[in-house]
Write a protein that binds this ligand. Sequence first.
Ligand SMILES: [Fe+2]
Length: 315
Amino acid sequence: MRDGVLVVKGAEETMTGPPAATAPTTVGDPGRCAPEAQARLVSLIPVLRDNYVFVLHGPGPGPAVVVDPAVAEPVITWLEERGLELVAILHTHHHSDHIGGTPELLRRWPQAAVIASGADRERIPLQTRGVAGGDRFTLLGRSVEVLAVPGHTRHHIAYYLPPWGLMRGAAGSEGPPGEPLDSVSPPIGPELAGPTAAGELFCGDTLFAGGCGRLFEGTPEQMHASLRQFAALPEDSRVWCAHEYTATNLAWAASVEPADPAIGTRLEAVRGARAAGQPTIPSRIGLELRTNLFLRAANPAALAALRSSRNDWTG
Ligand SMILES: [Fe+2]
């Protein structure tokens, strides 16, 4: 791995290339990772018509990780203005509005790792590390779990980061509290405790606030199973959806369930946020469980009917 930035944890490692000759180093372990290098914060960069690019970074200048860069130029500007150095790119799937900025980002930061579904290497050719569902690795002091979430595309993956300083016992479940990883690091300051108290989910185009992705390459059964994985995450987990579709999704949901007070209340709040020019991302798993009809779908057939309704809905 380039510069030891990405540390895959021992037996949990799945590599598509030859195995490392020696045991993985622990450069990314927060116990040894400089505080400014720890990815405690997530920022959002709006790009194109309705895409979001996400940045994992520390409180000051230092290394950063970008998720699903649709384009490069605004991302480069954003990072440079803050003295951030790109060390890794995470991809959720192969669509151009999620990988389009990667070549130019690599021209600016050629040492950056590119992490993506190893099974989708032909469609995400610049990846330096192929991963699959169930893999875990450490990135800038954060534990990262890979979830296989087919449905929107056949090899779509998501990344779940447990709350900073914790590692879950098993993917898709709460598990035991896990090994605290921050025993050597300074405690999180009060200004950072809020934004990093919850887990972070980067779900690409699988789950949207109030909606889900179109089934371009997957079945309702696959999408239903993928969404069940998200539903099992802690309710306070922040959900970083890659598109600003929330108002349209909730307007559709309100048309399907006009008597649902939770959906109506959220729609009103979302319209207010959008009118003020604010993003509606991140969402939370708990909020989605209460207001997202796809996440509430009891079975694949119900999800398929909802998806068909949403596809045909014109507002
Ligand atoms: Fe997509």
